[in-house]
Each structure stands twice: as structure tokens, then as C-alpha cells.
Write a protein that binds this ligand. Structure first.
Ligand code: AMP
Ligand code: MG
Length: 333
């Protein structure tokens, strides 16, 4: 399943082949946070690379809801939290409010119940209503420095942790003065600086209907996070029904979105990650409405009906690739 998820990543960095042919850069791949992280940078720099990989393992150790410190806090109904858990919870509370609960860090019990990609269980109505009533913000309290998780609520940062990790990577790259880098962490991409020849990096958005090398649009950017959510990233099928991993916090079922995928482009990885999940849940109309009401990010929406919508702030820095299967349009403010 893990391999499948990796193979199905939405975004792929098109300039990578070109980049890797340059003797001055290095590319490292590590398996961490349940996915592959690919770090390409120039100039070659072992120390920065090691700082990044160590930090990713630390984050995994703290934040994994299945094996990290967070899983023990969930199991014990609370406890002392580490630095990253604290920071993520604060950010998550903010995005939970902004998205009116469409992004919710309180869904751990529901996510475990379904176990998409592990036990693959379609819950009974009774199981579902139990998990849903546990999964509310009111069940999370603080006792001084300690977190108190009441009535079965469990935290899950699966929709934001990788984006947050790319924010931390960005700050390492800045501290180390790295000139150019492409960070690829699951469906999340961060492009830093420029290519060795001074050109902008190109990030391609995959065709959810095609295979790994099919793409519908490429964006040219620098110092941006490009983060995607889609129903094909992790799912299982039972009796002909496909159950994917992005849940509607209202129904407890996989969100019935008119989108196949959504891609958020922003200056913050955590924000782009949380929004990509929330806006997938909201569907195309809700997502565009949300974009009109909020500043600081742009969107590419891939609808089930074959419409690709770009928000106008993307400007002219894109290349269209598949006008046979897709209709491209621009959303205005
Ligand atoms: P992403 O790939 O960033 O959209 O995140 C999907 C992951 O976030 C899932 O595998 C769950 O762990 C978790 N998740 C699912 N639905 C939601 C939701 N509505 N709000 C927050 N986290 C969610
Ligand atoms: Mg997300």
C-alpha cells in the first residue's frame, strides 16, 4: 500500500532529471513519515542533507499517530507534549476554525476505525457514531503544560504534518544558505531558490486519471509550497465501492467531493497542507468561495467532470498539457 501511495503521487518535479545530471547537486531519498522523501539540492551539501533527514526522523518519532509519541499520548488519554506537537496543535486549531471544521485534527478515532491502507474496515453505523461523537474539539483540554484527551478523542496530524515538515526544511535551507533545492515529501513539494542555471523550477501536476508520467499542468515557481490532496492517494475497494482516506468530519464517511484532486500553492507548507485537505472536503464551489474570502494562497482544482480550474493569482506561470481530456479555466476573485 505504501509503495502504491508513493507511485501515485500527484506532483512530480519535472526538472529533476535535468537537475540530477548536474555534478554540483545531490539527491537523497529516505523512507520517513510513511512516504518517500526526496531531497535534491545544490550546491552538494552533506551536512544540510543530514540535518534535514535527522529532523524528519525526529518529527516522525514525535508525530506519528501509529508509532510516535503522539500515539502514546492518544493511548494514555493525554500527557506532556513535545515542541512540534505543541506547534502543530496550535496551527491545527487555527485551521480548524478557519475552515469551519472541514480540516479537523480531532479525527484520530474515526481514522483508526476505518484504517484506510491498513485494516481497511467499513464501519457499522454504531461504530461510526461512537467515533464521530468522540472526535470533537471540546474533548481536548489543557492542564498546565499537559494535554488532556477526554472521551476517546484522538489527535491525528496526517493532513498537516508533512506540510509542517517542509516548513522546517525550508528554515534549514535558509539557515544553511542553500542556493537551490527541490523537496518532495509524499504529495508535497517545496521549491527553493532556482535551478543551477538560474531558471525557475517546474512542478507538474499529475493527471489523476493517467499513469505516473501523465500530467495536466506544470507551474514555474520559486520558494513556494505546492501541496496536493486527492482521492487516489490512499484507498481501498469493497463490494465495488471505493473508500478513500479524506473524511467528511460531518458524516464520518470519505468525503463525497466533486474534485479528484486539489493543489494549494502557498508560502507556508502547514497552511497549504491543511487547506488542501479541507478544500477537498468542501468541493469545488466551497473551495473557490473559501479562496475568495481568504488571502495568501492559490489553487489548482481538478474536477471529476474534467474541468481544471486555476485561480487567477497563478498568473501566466503555467504550461497546459492535456487539452484533449481536460477543459482549463481561470477563477477570478
Ligand atoms: P492529506 O493527504 O494531506 O489530504 O491528508 C489525509 C490524511 O489526513 C488522512 O490519511 C488522515 O490521516 C487525515 N484526515 C482525513 N480526513 C481529514 C480531515 N477532514 N481533516 C483533517 N485530517 C484528515
Ligand atoms: Mg493535507
Amino acid at each position: 500500500m505504501k509503495m502504491k501511495k508513493t507511485a501515485l503521487l500527484l506532483a512530480l518535479v519535472m526538472s529533476l532529471a535535468l537537475l540530477c545530471s548536474c555534478a554540483r547537486e545531490s539527491t537523497t531519498t529516505v523512507y520517513v513519515m510513511d512516504t518517500f522523501a526526496e531531497i535534491t539540492m545544490y550546491p552538494k551539501d552533506k551536512k544540510t542533507e543530514e540535518r534535514i533527514t535527522e529532523m524528519l526522523y525526529d518529527l516522525e518519532g514525535e508525530l506519528s499517530a501509529t508509532s510516535g509519541a503522539l500515539s502514546r499520548i492518544n493511548e494514555a488519554g493525554g500527557g506532556e507534549t513535545g515542541e512540534h506537537t505543541k506547534a502543530l496543535l496550535a496551527l491545527s486549531e487555527q485551521y480548524y476554525k478557519e475552515t469551519n471544521g472541514a480540516f479537523s485534527p480531532y479525527l484520530g478515532s474515526l481514522i483508526e476505525l476505518w484504517g484506510v491502507g491498513s485494516k481497511n474496515h467499513v464501519p457499522t453505523e454504531e461504530e461510526l457514531s461512537g467515533a464521530l461523537s468522540a472526535s470533537v474539539a471540546e474533548n481536548v483540554e489543557r492542564d498546565g503544560e499537559k494535554l488532556v484527551l477526554k472521551d476517546g478523542v484522538r489527535l491525528d496530524f496526517g493532513a498537516i504534518a508533512k506540510g509542517y515538515a517542509t516548513d522546517v526544511i525550508k528554515s534549514i535551507l535558509e539557515e544553511e544558505g542553500t542556493k537551490g533545492a527541490v523537496i518532495f515529501l509524499g504529495g508535497n513539494v517545496y521549491v527553493h531558490g532556482t535551478k543551477p542555471n538560474g531558471e525557475l523550477y517546474r512542478v507538474a501536476i499529475r493527471d489523476p486519471k493517467g499513469n505516473e508520467n501523465d500530467w495536466i499542468l506544470a507551474l514555474e515557481l520559486s520558494n513556494k509550497f505546492i501541496i496536493s490532496s486527492g482521492d487516489y492517494e490512499r484507498y481501498f475497494e469493497e463490494n465495488g465501492v471505493r473508500y478513500h482516506h479524506i473524511f467528511s468530519p460531518e458524516t464520518g464517511y470519505p468525503a463525497e467531493s466533486d474534485l479528484r484532486a486539489i493543489c494549494v500553492i502557498a508560502d507556508s507548507g502547514a497552511l497549504a497542507d491543511a487547506y488542501s485537505t479541507a478544500l477537498y472536503v468542501m468541493g469545488s464551489r466551497g473551495a473557490i468561495q473559501f479562496w475568495r474570502e481568504h488571502e495568501g494562497f492559490e489553487l489548482v482544482l481538478v474536477g471529476r467532470d474534467g474541468t481544471v480550474t486555476l485561480t487567477e493569482g497563478i498568473g501566466n506561470n503555467f504550461i497546459i498539457n492535456n487539452q484533449k481530456d481536460y477543459k482549463y479555466e481561470v477563477a477570478k476573485r
